[in-house]
Design a protein around this ligand. Structure first.
Ligand code: ATP
Ligand code: ZN
Length: 286
């Protein structure tokens, strides 16, 4: 029987949709029904295990799952050994220490002697040890942000993205102890057959992710501006230039990085570009 790569994905939560989209956009088709814990892809040798995110590092460590997608925060907290294959760029958040707004905080040594509530006792414990801080960790599994208001702790250590939850609970962020994002982790010691399937999947995922950060751009320009415009458009290799029916004009096609996009468009217009068309790219194979 040929090998099947088992992928652990969060069943439902903040990681689920982006994880499934990344796999679908990599050309792997499957049906996910809400009540099923597994699914088999139709056109690629992978099987999915839908789990709570907290269980994913352990399943990958044990080899029940071959690979998994999980937040770095959960991966580090669980302390299970697995290979981090790739950072996936979504579910970005940070693990931070927060104290009541009125707390006169100047330095992490101000945490000495405090009770700190968290769902991340390991990562927090490592931070406190590294900084030589003596504080008491209260492990709670949810709603950490209300701990100071109900008198359970004087500080908290919790995930933050926008910070609005902290503000609405009268807290302020004072230390970032971890920057986190979704990562793909793999069992150490995958068979060579499974490693080959993983390599193919990674190749496809990187094509999808590269395309997400870029746009395809087409524009017209007078030939006298071509040199200047080509310098603004590096492209995958270099821009494609074709003559227009109107003499003295050319059409130029290239790719532009999303984060440089508006800057480049402005410079292109100044250089004489007209009729600029921008198209999303599905995949880029290099
Ligand atoms: P489960 O039921 O699977 O245990 P959960 O409630 O523990 O789910 P979620 O709230 O779905 O977990 O968060 C999953 C992961 O998403 C977190 O561990 C973190 O890596 C990331 N995450 C958390 N909060 C945010 C946020 N506000 N924005 C983006 N990503 C986040
Ligand atoms: Zn969880």
């Amino acid at each position: 029987m040929s090998a099947i790569l088992k992928i652990a994905i969060q069943k439902s939560g903040r990681l689920s949709e982006d994880s499934l989209n990344l796999i679908r956009e990599s050309g792997v088709d499957f049906n996910k029904s809400d009540n099923k814990l597994t699914a088999r892809a139709f056109n690629f040798p992978v099987e999915f295990l839908f789990l709570r995110d907290d269980d994913i590092p352990g399943y990958v460590f044990d080899g029940v799952a071959d690979i998994g997608i999980v937040g770095e925060n959960v991966f580090l907290e669980k302390g299970k050994i697995a290979r981090v294959v790739e950072q996936l760029g979504f579910s970005k958040c940070r693990l931070s220490i927060a104290v009541p707004k009125s707390f006169n905080y100047t330095h992490c040594q101000d945490l000495n002697g405090l009770n700190i509530a968290t769902s991340y006792p390991k990562i927090l414990g490592d931070f406190l040890a590294k900084e030589n801080i003596s504080a008491t960790i209260h492990e709670i599994s949810g709603s950490v942000e209300i701990a100071p208001n109900i008198g359970l702790a004087e500080a908290i250590c919790d995930l933050v993205s926008s910070g609005s939850t902290l503000i609405s609970n009268g807290l302020k962020e004072v230390e970032i102890i971890l920057q986190s994002q979704a990562v793909l982790i793999a069992h150490q010691g995958l068979s060579s057959e499974k490693s080959l399937i993983l390599e193919e999947l990674l190749f496809r995922m990187s094509a999808v992710r590269r395309a997400k950060n870029t746009k395809y751009i087409m524009l017209n320009a007078p030939n006298k501006s071509l040199d200047e415009i080509v310098k603004l458009l590096p492209g995958v290799k270099s821009p494609t230039i074709t003559p227009l029916a109107e003499t003295g004009w050319s059409s130029i096609q290239s790719v532009v990085k999303e984060n440089e996009f508006w800057d480049v468009i402005g410079k292109l217009k100044t250089a004489g570009a007209e009729g600029i068309i921008v198209i999303p790219i599905e995949k880029i194979i290099q």
